[in-house]
Design a protein around this ligand. Structure first.
Ligand code: SF4
Length: 452
């Protein structure tokens, strides 16, 4: 294993992604390449543009090496002491593993725990695939109310050796289960993370039954489940590793989900299997099935939505403007909040930048003496839909209409406005007017087709 070092910025960072997943509000990461070398790892795809790979001369998708920052605990300690009122749940780690061999060499996991928990107000979610975390249970037991311990489980004990082919430097699943059981015996708080449940290895009802049974036996407070990430070369590498080790059946099951359709069907089947097992055991409220709707085909998305108890939707489905879990009332409210925010930004934009913009467009009759008061609202409402160009467009049309009304002919604003599909623009403006997102002065504004 080639071990490189790097120097990262910051110690404890906000993580919107993991907050969305319900895992943690903050993240600590101890490097950019984890030495566990799991073939399906998606970190390379996530961090592929990180400068550390170029500096050490390695490919983000390569294997046989690790990149670690041994000073992480120092930076974590500095960040932990800051912001006494903005503290919360930290995940250790989100993109690498603080107990991977290269991190163990510097006792990074333990030192990070000490640094974070040395300050009040912080809580920690430990996530690792290495049973070496047991050596730090003494620290954890001192702060047992403030730490959740989780070791990712990816298969049942009978396939532990097989799974070791694709997780070559991590502890086996048997060792991880022993570590979870030890945590439970010591009275530590635990949660379960089944990620990823690969087809042919851990996705069958029998496998799920066994894993869920184990999680409940060790007192898991929550059960997170995630299908394997299809991004990057992970699935191909997993198939090749299984095939090279003579596990042809499992390799072909992984090969099958390398198409979008089959991946979607596999990801749609898993929640149903897990829900069925948890329902039978009266433990469905513990389920947090993490799913990106945009990765699913419509037919599978609709099938899951028939019964999505325990599913945590991450982001929007294809063609959807709003996160799938939003109710109609939340969507309306969210639109209003975004409109307000963008109106403030719009006011700044128009008051500061509009004179320069109108000059550069060679406004034929000189720039308007004063930006109409409704422009920020127009811009804000357009931008609030998630597409700022609509805000600019709405304002451009407004200017064009004003021009025609005041001067009897069009201007370059008209040309700008005509570049877009007029029908969709009109229906958009009508919609925002009827949603009462604009002040009264602008709701009376009715756009019409503008001749250039
Ligand atoms: S333990 Fe996690 S971060 Fe490390 S290689 Fe495996 S999947 Fe990647």
């Amino acid at each position: 294993m080639r071990v490189h070092t790097t120097s990262l910025k910051g110690g404890i960072n906000k993580s919107r992604e993991f907050a969305r997943k319900g895992l943690a509000e903050f993240a600590v990461n101890v490097g950019t390449k984890c030495g566990h070398d799991c073939t399906y790892c998606s970190t390379g795809a996530t961090l592929r543009f990180h400068s550390s790979f170029k500096k050490v001369g390695e490919s983000p998708f390569g294997t046989g090496y690790a990149i670690v920052d041994a000073d992480t605990p120092v930076r974590v300690a500095a960040d932990a002491a800051k912001h006494p009122r903005a503290r919360g749940l930290v995940q250790l780690c989100t993109t690498v593993d603080a107990w991977a061999p290269e991190a163990q060499a510097h006792r990074i996991g333990r030192r990070c725990l000490e640094a974070i928990l040395g300050q009040p107000g912080w809580t920690v979610r430990v996530l690792t695939k290495n049973a070496a975390v047991v050596e730090d249970f003494d620290v954890i037991s001192h702060h047992r109310d403030r730490i959740l311990v989780g070791l990712s489980l990816t298969t049942t004990p009978d396939k532990s050796e097989l799974m070791h082919v694709v997780e070559p430097n991590a502890s086996t699943n048997v060792e991880r289960m022993a570590a979870m059981a030890r945590a439970h015996q010591m009275g530590l708080r635990t949660y379960a993370m089944f990620c990823p449940l690969l087809p042919g290895i851990a996705g069958s009802p029998g496998d799920v039954e066994e894993l869920v049974g184990f999680a409940l036996d060790v007192g898991a407070e929550e059960i997170f489940v995630e299908p394997v990430n299809g991004r990057g070369p992970g699935l191909k590498a997993t198939e090749e590793a299984l095939s090279a080790a003579g596990h042809d059946q499992e390799a072909s099951a992984v090969h099958a989900i390398r198409t979008e359709e089959n991946w979607s069907a596999y990801a749609a089947q898993l929640p149903e299997t897990v829900q069925r097992v948890l329902r039978r055991r009266n433990a469905l409220p513990k389920l947090r099935f993490l799913l990106y709707p945009k990765s699913l085909k419509e037919v599978d998305l609709l099938a899951i939505r028939q019964d999505d108890a325990g599913v945590r939707w991450l982001g929007e489905a294809r063609g959807e403007r709003w996160p799938a879990q939003y109710t109609a009332a939340q969507r309306r409210q969210s639109r209003c909040h975004r409109a307000t925010l963008h109106s403030v930004l719009g006011a700044f934009l128009f008051n500061r930048l509009m004179p320069a913009l109108t000059r550069s467009l060679s406004w034929p009759h000189g720039a308007p003496a004063r930006t109409p008061a409704c422009c920020p609202a127009l811009y804000g409402s357009g931008a609030a839909t998630g597409d700022p160009s609509r805000g600019i467009l709405a304002t451009a049309i407004y200017f064009a209409e004003q021009d025609r009304a005041e001067r009897g002919h069009g201007s370059r604003w008209s040309r700008l406005a005509s570049w877009v599909n007029r029908d969709s623009t009109r229906s958009f403006l009508t919609a925002i007017a009827s949603a009462r997102l604009l002040p009264t002065s602008t709701t009376s504004f009715r756009p019409r087709v503008i001749p250039v």
